[in-house]
Design a protein around this ligand. Sequence first.
Ligand code: C2E
Ligand code: CA
Ligand code: CA
Length: 435
Amino acid sequence: MLARLIRTGQRLWQRSRSLRPASAAPGARSLLLLRLENMDTLSAHLGKAGFGHLLVSLSVRLNRAIRPEDPVKIPETGIFAIVLTDRSEAEAMRVAQRLQGRAQQPLAVSGLSITPVLTGVLIHAEGARQADLDETIRNARCRLAQLGVDRLGGVSLFEHDPALEGGDLPATVAEAAGTGQIVAYFQPQICCDSGRVTGFEALARWNHPTRGLLLPAAFMSRMVDADHKALTRRMIRQSIEALKFWDSQGCQVPTVSVNISNSELSDPDFANSLLWELDRQDVRPDRVVLEVLESVAPVTSGSEARQNLSLLTKAGCRVDLDDFGTGYASLDAIRQFGVNRIKIDRSFVMGCDIDPGQQRMILAILALAERLNISALAEGVETREEHGFLAQMGCDEVQGYAVARPMPLPETLQFLANQERNAGELPGMPRRSAG
Ligand code: C2E
Ligand code: CA
Ligand code: CA
């Protein structure tokens, strides 16, 4: 289970360009930087001592796999730097592949079997192109930070590039967004009746140069207004690109949902800039769902937020009330904001197939949605049993690990193909009869 949780990267060997042919290369120097992915999740699951054990085991493994004259350095927690000397580019790549393969073998930590995922950057330099080691490490960290999500879990080859900016690491989400380090992952939403995908929610990840792929919990609490704006702009841009990508691949994905915080809603330009972007990219507004937190909705009445939501819904955008049941949305707010769907918070969904208390809450929320003529999506659905119960009770859609975890855009294609193949076969979980 944990092994599956942490294996997010694709395990492909990737190169930024083709290798030069192998030949003896006296004086050549390559630097391999390997970054352990999902460090926050691992440390949360394993605890401090277990995580420390994992790091030491990885270092021991790597040291055992190389010549004594190429020791492993640890410039930062979870980053391993190995200098390979006198090897041609092709030889260095082979060693890099071997080392990454060794490091990714399963290992036992605190009674759990862990399969670590490491992302590698190999910088090769010969003769005059060689730079000082610290500078090469900075260069490699920059490269790591700029890798697309499809390269996580692989090894990418680069030349040292003195022109590469960014010796300094980004300190804020706004800076990270500016350098392409904020990436959208997509989690599917499924219709309970047909099993078909009704849309994807875009969830932010920070591909941090040294800390690996970070979840929102690791960075959102420190964000200020400027970060929220930069993050949302980036997420909207990637979500629209994702819609165009699915269309170009012939996939049926009706909508993409973007989380919108109070900062954007109270920005007077928000609605117009979103509509302008949709127009520029030739995407219909009704394919974009704005997820507004239930706790934000009532606070915003009478403000710019109201104006923004009104402009956007008039243009066709949809509105979801996120984390429904945890805030204090009044029925009036639901009406005023033109909410199309409520997202039933995970706290009500957990164990709803067996817990009568949860069942009462779910039934009350579904009855409310039905009376208000808005649809209901249950989020955080982790088991088939919860999915089955929700479908039987008349919930329209589900989203959660039972269907799929959030994934990088390229992986959605495989998911969509599988889902399309299996949709007809889904039991079409029996629904409560009307009345
Ligand atoms: P959210 O909007 O409620 O998103 C759902 C969260 O639940 C996501 O966490 C998702 O990965 C997680 N999740 C999905 N299915 C399951 C499940 O079956 N079980 C469990 N335990 N969790 C599940 P994530 O991606 O870590 O995001 C956390 C929160 O960060 C989001 O909660 C949202 O409030 C915020 N967030 C994420 N991306 C953005 C963004 O682009 N903009 C803004 N403003 N907030 C964002
Ligand atoms: Ca959400
Ligand atoms: Ca939510």
